[in-house]
Design a binder for this molecule. Sequence first.
Ligand code: MEV
Length: 304
Amino acid sequence: MSYAGGKAILLGEHSVVYGHPALAMSLDRGVHAAAKSAPTSLLSVAPWNAEIVPDDRDTALPLQRAFAKVLATYAEVPRVHVEAQVQIPAGSGLGCSAALGVAVLKAIDEFVGLNAASTATVIERSLVWERVFHGNPSGIDSTLAVSPGLCMFRRGEALTPVRARKPLRLVVGDSGEPSATRGMVEEVARQHARNPARIEKLFEGIAALVTNAKMSIEQGDLKDLGKLMDLNHALLNALMLSTARLEEMCAAARHAGALGAKLTGAGGGGCMIALVEDDEIASRVESELRALSCTSFRVQSHLS
Ligand code: MEV
């Protein structure tokens, strides 16, 4: 049985695609998968009731193409039935597609006896899956799915683990609106092509927030971290990545006592995160989100 985890980006989504740094944290939920011999290859995904036959043609479904591309990374294409169990919402900015891709790949590696594959190789091979869904992924989702923790990520570089002086507690709220990473990344690319100087300035602003947030985490200054998250959200909003619902959710979380709140992942829907100091504030934030008919869950970083 293989496992790959979801992630929440604390700061730095989108600018990370252009080589700027981002801070992210693994979730304690993700995707489990197991592979067994089969006459023809099949991927079953629960709880979606999806039965996916690999197919690399342009007309096939993204999951079919992604599965075909992963199978094609093996010298001898295996015939396998992979059964996956997904624990995170899809299309919500929590890295579901990357976690599914990595879990499927690791399950097939286990099945064919490829147990010594290095972390870098697993990430590189799993990106063939992720590119089907996201076009131009920075690799942050796949990297966190393979190497869990709290870390600083920069495209093309090894992860830098971040040592938190105090554990980070987040409430993750789901807007229920779908977030299409590919579309949102393309939207930012359009803005970048129209006005590169303006968008680069915004990215540099986000990069400065990320660097400061890393120091706040290392020093245990959660109040500062919360403010930096709020500022990052404002810059993402300036890139037109927020929605009325995400704005409402972030405002409600701050009103309930969260130290900071922002959208997480690609935006345009999906999830937001709220940084909270303790369980009491977490409960208040969750009850405000419930009043907005949004589901939520809590996640905490471990002290490294
Ligand atoms: C998606 O989780 C985060 C984005 O920055 C895209 C990427 O890094 O590939 C929006």
